[in-house]
Design a protein around this ligand. Structure first.
Ligand code: TEU
Ligand code: CA
Length: 558
């Protein structure tokens, strides 16, 4: 596989609004990120992905952009961003921006002009259809945030526009080459500023199956999941190839796609040698409890499910390309709360989960706060406590499926995206050291127990373990095995054991006992040296290895 500059890098996702507030307005900002660059550099971060900081009404927390060429004053100025890019470069850290081009904000000038003249140049940047009250809509697709994907065009009772997300996020019409040209111009403008690349938002939605038509109704609202349409939409490759040719490839930029439901046959097109993107996220496990919000008994992701799913996902791309590996992001609950039983959450089990995903083939992404073991909220008493635009539909869907109000609040507690958006817990002091004033979103009440300050100088903390894990993965002695080596799952018939080899010039074994119970295993190779473990005194001299609950060991084998 052709070697690229990003292959041996460690990436870190910052959700700027919740990372660090430097000016005491309760909102995280760019200067707050600059304040923490030394912390990130010391941790071993090479790439920082910033969730959107462009001008936005924040209807979807910045994923609704009203000016692609300017920074929202809440986050700072373009000078601040230029400073962040420059200060990052001094530390060998590249800044990756979020590319949100399936839609813009309804406050973007293009949409305002489209409302003035729906048939005109800018009207054609969107999907605007004629409409008569009482007549059926062009299609019954459900927005990702619930309700119809059609909304009245402001100022026109006889026109409607498409939005597969929030009504304040009108879809851009990628069938229009003039729109695409504007998008590529903007991408290159940012790449010329010296950013290292982009994370590409919701990109599978840019190709719709046209003409508009209905799909089978799948809920009481008479609508159909947008995925039913996407299944039939073909031809996205023309857009993505054109975009890659016109932009990323000209700059050797890192691009990572937020891609769902791609078919096996498409993998080389997406992340292969001449793929649309450098990488795409492995979302395979985040689908394991997707229906949990509709199942009153709840869905427990078992260690076997988790293991078999990630192993399958990585085998699937072997020899094709690189996945970007996560346990959480700004759209998901905290990984440790999702994959580890609440009663078994501990510093040790959190380290084990980190170790499993971190040494898989591909690029590891750490989401802010994951490195200190931040967890989901323990209690959600009302919708008002939270913020995310997706929460209402999440709650209403649970009620529609017969949940009580209390049960529906528990669905929110388990699945709301706000779990990942509570402020970073820097210290055990007021507002967890995030801000000197009331933060925009509640601080997780467990901040006195879980915060960076209490872990920084504790060599046994989750933070210190991440630091060792990162150092191991970046150790040149193991690059050939951990970055470019083969991936060989082993002992997959042993319940709750996650075990795999990474083989290059050195042979490395990763062993994780994903349960409270101790077990004994035998490897077909002898351990010669333990490289990292989440407990001391692991005896590897016997042929039989005795593992304690949630043991994690990385070792060289002969
Ligand atoms: O998410 C795209 C997306 O489809 C899924 O993440 C999911 O459907 C969404 O989180 C709704 O629950 C991206 C961004 O990551 C997300 O934050 C934005 O809300 C969305 O696109 C629209 O830009
Ligand atoms: Ca601020």
């Amino acid at each position: 596989m052709e070697r690229k500059w990003w292959h041996n890098k460690v990436a870190y996702q910052i959700y700027p609004k919740s990372f660090k507030d430097s000016n005491g307005d309760g909102i995280g900002d760019i200067q707050g990120i600059i304040e923490k660059l030394d912390y990130l550099s010391d941790l071993g971060v090479d790439i920082i992905w910033l969730s959107p900081i462009y001008c936005s009404p924040l209807a979807d927390q910045g994923y609704d952009i009203s000016d692609y060429y300017n920074i929202d004053p809440r986050f700072g100025t373009m000078d601040d961003l230029d400073e962040l890019i420059a200060e990052g470069k001094k530390r060998g850290i590249g800044i990756v921006m979020d590319l949100v081009v399936n839609h813009c904000s309804d406050e973007h000038i293009w949409f305002k002009k489209a409302c003035e003249d729906p048939e005109g140049h800018y009207g054609k940047f969107f999907y605007i259809e004629d409409y008569k009250d009482g007549e059926p809509l062009p299609c019954n697709w459900r927005s990702y945030f619930g309700g119809s994907c059609w909304e009245k065009l402001p100022g026109h009772d006889d026109k409607i526009y498409l939005h597969v997300f929030h009504k304040k996020q009108p879809d851009l019409n990628w069938e229009n080459p003039l729109l695409r040209k504007e998008v590529y111009k903007m991408i290159n403008w940012w790449l010329d500023k010296g950013i290292a690349g982009f994370r590409i938002d919701a990109i599978i939605n840019i190709k719709k199956k046209l003409p508009f038509k209905n799909y089978p109704v799948d809920r009481d609202d008479g609508l159909s999941d947008i995925g039913n349409m996407l299944e039939e939409a073909t031809g996205i490759g023309e857009f993505l190839t054109e975009m890659a040719e016109e932009t990323f490839r000209k700059y050797d930029a890192f691009s990572v796609g937020e891609v769902f439901n791609e078919k096996d046959s498409e993998l080389p097109l997406f992340i292969g040698k001449r793929g649309y993107f450098s990488s795409m996220f492995d979302f395979s496990t985040s689908g394991l409890d997707l229906n949990d919000r509709f199942t009153k008994g709840g869905i427990t992701i078992t260690p076997n499910d988790y293991r078999d799913t990630i192993f399958k996902a990585h085998k699937r791309v072997e020899g094709i390309g690189y996945l970007s590996n996560i346990i959480e992001n700004h759209d998901e609950p905290r990984g440790v709360s999702r994959y580890i039983p609440a009663s078994e959450l501990s510093s040790k089990s959190k380290k084990m989960l980190a170790g499993i995903y971190f040494l898989l083939p591909g690029i590891p992404f750490i989401y802010q706060g994951q490195e200190i073991g931040m967890e989901n909220l323990a209690q959600v008493d009302s919708l008002d406590q939270l913020d995310d635009c997706a929460n209402t539909d999440l709650y209403n869907t649970a009620i529609e499926f017969g949940f009580t109000e209390k049960e529906a609040l528990e669905v929110l507690r388990k699945h709301s995206r706000d779990n990942a958006r509570t402020p970073f817990q820097w210290t055990g002091n007021t507002n967890a050291g995030f801000s000197t004033s009331q933060p925009w979103l509640l601080v997780n009440p467990n901040y006195k127990e879980i915060n960076l300050e209490s872990q920084l100088s504790d060599s046994d903390s989750v933070y210190s373990f991440y630091k060792k894990l990162i150092a191991l993965r970046k150790n040149p002695e193991y690059e050939d095995s951990l970055i470019y080596g083969s991936f060989e799952p082993i002992l997959t018939d042993v319940d709750n054991l996650v075990c795999y080899y990474r083989k290059g010039t050195k042979k490395i074994v990763v062993i994780a006992n994903f349960q409270n119970k101790g077990i004994s295993i035998k490897l077909d190779s002898k351990i010669s040296k333990v490289l990292l473990a989440n407990r001391d005194n692991f005896d590897y001299t016997n042929e039989k290895l005795n593992l304690l609950g949630y043991d994690y060991i990385v070792a060289e084998v002969l």
